[in-house]
Write a protein that binds this ligand. Structure first.
Ligand SMILES: [Zn+2]
Length: 398
């Protein structure tokens, strides 16, 4: 048989079954008739990637669809990533969930002409939306005087006023890597002010991005790393020279973000009135980290008309934004990772992603249990940051 699911705000929702034959026809049609790859024959026994970019074949709300298929023991799996054209005119980073301080830090990064700003987070953490708003804002504020170029694989969202290029026709990971780093290197010849690189996945792209930053461009990109500080690890892991990475005139912004479901304002419940619904261990952690604020904490309610009986309405960003300075990177160069972290928090007023999540918990915006699923235990997450610091240390010594 065929099973169909939607993923809504990160949860899979079954939407009904069909016969196996129906499913096979559906997959073959989606792949064969809709996608824009050169060889569009669907092969159920192979892994295939494609995208639907032809707007005539899509409803107006969709900008594109990414397709990935994989054969399994029991048949085929196809995953469609629907790219919504829903950002519109809203350029406000605060409405995504960034704090006022983070918005002002991002604004500062947007306004300085050079430097590389890197956003980390897993797939589905809202990185592309943040990038799109940053660049849209920059283009509007630049009043048409800025040349913004993007290199993507494929283009995820339309950015009006930017020159968006895509690296396509790569059949293997090696080929993709070669084409992608060549595109970054080529981009520098086109005299852009800002280059947005969809994602850095390998050494060649990382090196070219760094070179672009060092030759007077502003770079925005994304990277898979567990925290803002772990971005540094990852770049060094990819083979970049530590002395170049730990230079605050080259790497200007380290950002990490996740999305947490936002409580429905109509049916959320005060934690203290529903203690029986909170695991004892979580309650103990909350008593430890926010002993005076428990009365402000809310948990997910039963659902209502307003939230379509989900208990939550959309998702909000929790993030950490490090704008490194000379002293911060000097600590890292000397292998003093914990001091660097402490310096960021105490002298630069840094707020970690866990701090940001806790702010939203005491504002009654997010459920503490849902927040912990995303940022880790409120106690443990502090230890986790320190764990990342040790990873950096090991790399630095190597
Ligand atoms: Zn509700």
């Amino acid at each position: 048989c065929t099973e169909i699911y939607f993923r809504i705000h990160n949860d899979l929702l079954p939407v009904g079954g069909q016969t196996r034959e129906y499913g096979e026809r559906l997959l073959a049609t989606l792949y064969g008739a809709m996608t824009s790859v050169s060889d569009s024959s669907y092969k159920p026994t192979e892994r295939q990637d494609a995208s639907i970019a032809d707007r005539d074949k899509l409803p107006p709300e969709l900008y594109g669809v990414r397709i990935a298929t994989v054969p399994t023991n029991e048949g085929s799996l196809m995953v469609l990533r629907l790219l919504y054209n829903d950002v519109g005119e809203n350029l406000d980073l605060g409405s995504l969930g960034f704090s006022a301080q983070q918005v002002s830090d991002l604004q500062r990064l947007k306004e300085q002409p050079i430097g590389m700003n890197i956003i980390s987070g897993p797939t589905g953490s809202g990185k592309s939306t943040t990038l799109q708003r940053v660049l849209n804002g920059q283009i509007l504020e630049g009043e048409g005087k800025l040349h913004v170029l993007t290199i993507e694989d494929p283009v995820e969202y339309p950015i009006e006023g930017a020159v968006q290029t895509t690296v396509t026709n790569a059949h293997t990971e090696e080929e993709r890597s070669r084409l992608f780093s060549a595109a970054i290197s080529n981009a520098m010849r086109l005299d852009p002010d800002t280059i947005m690189i969809g994602e850095i996945r390998d050494r060649a792209s990382a090196q070219n991005a760094l070179r672009a930053s060092m030759t007077g461009h502003q770079i925005w990109t994304t990277l898979h790393a567990n925290s803002a500080l772990a971005i540094v690890d990852r770049l060094i892991d990819l083979g970049l020279q530590q002395s170049l990475v730990l230079d605050h005139t080259v790497i200007t912004g380290l950002i990490s973000q996740r999305l947490v479901k936002q409580l429905c304002p109509h049916c959320k419940r005060p934690l203290l009135a529903h203690l029986d619904q909170v695991p004892a261990a979580l309650l103990a952690r909350l008593r430890q980290v926010i002993p005076d604020r428990l009365q402000d904490v809310c948990i997910s309610g039963p659902g209502c008309e307003f939230c379509s009986h989900r208990g939550t309405i959309g998702r909000t960003v929790v993030a950490e934004v490090i704008v490194p300075d000379e002293s911060f990177f000097r600590h890292l160069r000397m292998g003093e990772k914990c001091q660097a972290w402490r310096y960021w928090k105490e002298s630069l007023g840094g707020r970690s992603i866990v701090d940001h999540a806790l702010d939203k918990v005491v504002a009654g915006l997010i459920d503490p249990a849902m927040a912990e699923k995303v940022v880790g235990h409120f106690q443990g997450a502090v230890a986790a940051s320190v764990h990342h610091l040790h990873v950096v240390e090991a790399d630095g010594a190597a």
